[in-house]
Design a protein around this ligand. Structure first.
Ligand code: EPZ
Length: 417
């Protein structure tokens, strides 16, 4: 079993060209099956979630290739509409395929993706949204069976903004006749990226990025080449690492608007952040001040996907930070591991109170989920001695060789058995 070994104490210096966002690329790949012909995606990260999505697409009959950062995918005539349980469980994001398969083939059978490491992950909003498009849905033996033979445009009103459900409806509606309106849509940058991709394929989507999206159904889509937006969460992870270690790094290719909530919070801690076009430069102080209050919420609020990483920074900042996790009910699992390293954190329900300490101590810790695992890497950067992190598959889902990326910034890190 491979583990990461990190020697704490090095400041982070250097530059990184950011790759495409996992949470943009996964729905875009799902969407590509809606068009005949070869689709191309550029600047893609070689991460487990992407590789698993390609396996699922191949099980549906697509031919997929991944070489030198580009992904080529082409649906074939005999594409199936069944996503088996073992595949649906390897990748929760296979749920995005529900909308794209329905859009194109008007039927789909998909195993319940189930919960994951961070929570129950219900899909009621996906189901209700598709029913508003006149999809007939029944559940049988752990499968969701959809009949979209009479699909048509409708009005979808989400109780809460859901990224995945918004994306599923955008895709299903694009090849359904009539007009679909999504109210209380999620506003993440990845939603705008999906709109841009659908429109480049010949679709007609307007309003992404706001909570009111209009989709005009079209008859056909054509495949194209597309470069997804950069990964704002990976960028934010390394910016927080720099903020903790007192270094200075530059990240290229990122739209600073996409992580403005983090930039504003980092400036509160006296980090200096400069934006030059698509380049973000962060210069950290000797010891950052604590952010007073962090509350995760849908975009443009503070992203839940950076909560574990920002908490780690707060464990060694000056003062007390209150962190509220409002999106997922099991997203505090990194706290037990941070406490093992000497962090001072108390939890009450969905709120954690973090009091900065002088130093963390290296220890043997376990990654329990993707972002919590990356947070433990950040803790290792500042801990005294060696930190050993196990269960790396969680981290490899969303970071392309985190040890190489951190080593490029001057961190002493090794992956070995
Ligand atoms: C996407 O997940 C991201 N994943 C998540 O990133 C991210 O944390 C999340 O959006 C929120 O920003 C991808 O894009 C692949 P949601 P998604 O539906 O779409 C509730 C990472 O680390 N909800 O926006 O599944 C849900 O419980 C991952 O990269 C329902 O109640 O999230 C949550 O409280 C983790 N019913 C809230 O909505 C539903 O049918 C937002 O979830 C769907 C969601």
């Amino acid at each position: 079993m491979e583990k990461l070994y990190i020697e704490g104490g090095e400041k982070m210096y250097g530059e990184m060209d950011m790759y495409a966002a996992k949470n943009a690329l996964l729905p875009l790949l799902a969407c590509s099956i809606m068009a005949d012909g070869k689709s191309t995606f550029k600047n893609c990260p070689n991460i487990e979630d992407v590789k698993n999505m390609l396996l699922i697409m191949e099980s549906l009959g697509c031919t997929c290739n991944f070489e030198n950062g580009s992904i080529y995918s082409e649906p074939t005539a005999e594409s199936s509409c069944l996503i088996e349980e073992d595949l649906a469980k390897t990748l929760r994001s296979s749920i995005f395929l529900m909308g794209s398969i329905l859009g194109r083939y008007k039927k789909v059978k998909i195993a319940y993706p189930g919960g994951c490491d961070i929570g129950l992950r219900p899909i009621n909003l996906h189901i209700e949204g598709l029913k508003a498009l006149n999809v007939k849905i029944h559940e049988e033996a752990g499968y969701i069976i959809c009949d979209g033979s009479n699909m048509k445009g409708g009005i979808v009103n989400f109780d809460v903004p859901s990224v995945g459900a918004t994306e599923n409806i955008m895709m299903a509606a694009t090849l359904s006749k009539g007009t679909t309106i999504i109210k209380n849509a999620a506003r993440e940058p990845e939603i705008i990226d999906l709109q841009n991709y659908i429109n480049k394929m010949g679709g007609n989507v307007r309003g992404a990025g706001r909570s009111y999206i209009v989709i005009e159904g079209v008859k056909k889509l054509r495949s194209c080449e597309y470069t997804p937006i950069a990964d704002r969460i990976v960028a934010g992870t390394y910016m927080l690492g720099c903020a903790m270690t007192g270094g200075e790094i530059q990240i290229n290719n990122v739209n600073f608007e996409h992580i403005y909530s983090l930039i504003a919070k980092l400036r509160e801690t006296t980090c200096k952040i400069h934006v030059k076009g698509d380049k973000i430069v962060i210069k950290a102080p000797k010891q950052p001040l604590a952010m007073k209050y962090i509350k995760t919420s849908p975009y443009p609020g503070f992203p839940t996907d950076l909560q574990a990483q920002v908490m780690t920074m707060m464990t060694v900042s000056k003062g007390v930070a209150i962190i509220e996790e409002n999106m997922f009910e099991m997203r505090f699992r990194h706290i037990s591991e941070l406490i093992k390293m000497g962090a001072d954190i108390t939890v009450s329900g969905k709120t954690a109170v973090v009091s900065g300490v002088k130093k963390l101590q290296g220890a043997g810790v376990t990654a329990y989920d993707l972002r919590g695992g990356s947070a433990l890497c950040l803790a290792g950067l500042v801990a005294e001695g060696t930190t050993v992190i196990s269960d790396l598959w969680h981290i490899d889902r969303g970071y392309e060789s985190i040890e190489n990326e951190l080593a490029n910034f001057g961190v002493k890190i090794q992956r070995k058995r």
